[in-house]
Design a protein around this ligand. Structure first.
Ligand code: DCM
Length: 131
């Protein structure tokens, strides 16, 4: 059986963290998340993360570190989160999102995060590379 894993990225660029506002499904629309998606069979978590961020945002990223922990999602999925560095491209809401925002160190509380992302967001902010 393939594990039911959703991976998400705390994407950093120039000392800021990328937040993405979901446009679907209706029960999640308008809430903010660390962007990502489901791991497909045969993929590592890091591979899935790079693919999802390319598909959803049109950017190339490099996973840095796994944020310790795992958070339960509906239907038996779990959420795993990595920090990641923006390598190239300008993120755009190509799929699943309708707004993106770069948050500075003091700004992580300014968007309405999905509950299941909150612990990872707090840890990602603690790890924000300076400047
Ligand atoms: N999800 C989440 N937090 C994230 C990314 C995804 O809670 N940072 C959830 C939302 C969906 C599921 O994972 O229920 C699959 O995400 P997607 O629709 O983006 O593939």
């Amino acid at each position: 059986m393939t594990d039911r894993v959703v991976v998400a990225g705390a994407v950093y660029d120039r000392g800021r963290l990328l937040a993405a506002r979901r446009s679907a499904p209706p029960e999640l629309a308008g809430r903010w998340e660390l962007p990502g998606g489901k791991v497909e069979p045969g993929e590592s978590g890091e591979q899935a993360l790079v693919r999802e961020l390319r598909e959803e945002l049109g950017v190339e990223t490099e996973p840095l570190e796994r944020i310790p922990g795992e958070w339960p999602l509906p239907r038996g999925y779990v959420l795993r989160v990595w920090t990641a560095r923006l390598v190239s491209g300008v993120p755009a809401p190509l799929q699943d999102h309708d707004e993106l925002r770069w948050l500075g160190p003091g700004e992580s509380g300014t968007v309405d995060w999905l509950e299941q992302d909150l612990s990872a967001v707090a840890e990602a902010v603690r790890r924000l590379p300076g400047g």
